[in-house]
Design a protein. Structure first.
Length: 195
């Protein structure tokens, strides 16, 4: 069966891509939404941003867990591999398939840290980590947030040091090395270098 072409008046009139309309279309499981986009709108489609929004929903715990697991299993695992990343329509269909299809949900943005912090190019500050955790877990006690932020900053400082000492290692390898190496071994390494 040949796919019929959409008439020009059935396509969206606006030139700008509306992220929130696309998210709502996924919530409704509107698989034809992507076909209705103009070529200019299709160029502005970014699956990563949609994936981040769709994985977080403000609802009961069961629905939150469903969204995280479903978006991860159906879309996140495969959407960015070298073959599928060349097919934005398929990425959109995967995002649609990952939702319940019960209509519009309230999706909140999950904040991220500065790129230089995540790439281990600069150490994180306690203030920015506390703010980050406070946004992620708004109902959590401030003293617990501070405790978590202190530990994160301590571990992150070690990772930044290791990344500077071993610039050819990938971030994943730095994470493993951080788990394997003790503070005493780092101090001994520095002494052996003459620092």
């Amino acid at each position: 069966m040949a796919k019929e072409k959409l008439k020009a008046d059935e396509k969206f009139e606006q030139v700008e891509f509306s992220l929130f309309d696309a998210i709502e279309a996924c919530d409704r499981k509107d698989y034809s939404y992507y076909d209705k986009l103009t070529p200019e709108q299709k160029k502005k489609f970014h699956p990563y941003v949609m994936l981040t929004f769709l994985s977080s929903v403000k609802a009961n715990k069961a629905l939150q867990e469903f969204h995280v697991l479903s978006v991860n299993e159906i879309a996140n695992k495969y959407a960015f591999n070298e073959v599928i990343s060349k097919h934005p329509k398929l990425q959109f269909l995967m995002l649609c398939a990952s939702t319940l299809g019960k209509g519009k949900q309230y999706h909140q943005w999950i904040p991220s840290l500065r790129p230089k912090v995540t790439k281990l190019q600069e150490p994180a500050t306690k203030k920015e980590i506390s703010e980050y955790y406070s946004k992620l877990y708004p109902k959590t006690d401030a003293s617990l947030i501070n405790e978590l932020a202190e530990e994160y900053v301590k571990q992150h400082k070690r990772k930044v040091y290791l990344a500077q000492q071993f610039p050819n290692l990938k971030i994943e390898d730095i994470e493993v090395l951080n788990d394997l190496v003790t503070d005493e071994e780092i101090e001994k390494y520095e002494r052996d270098l003459g620092n």
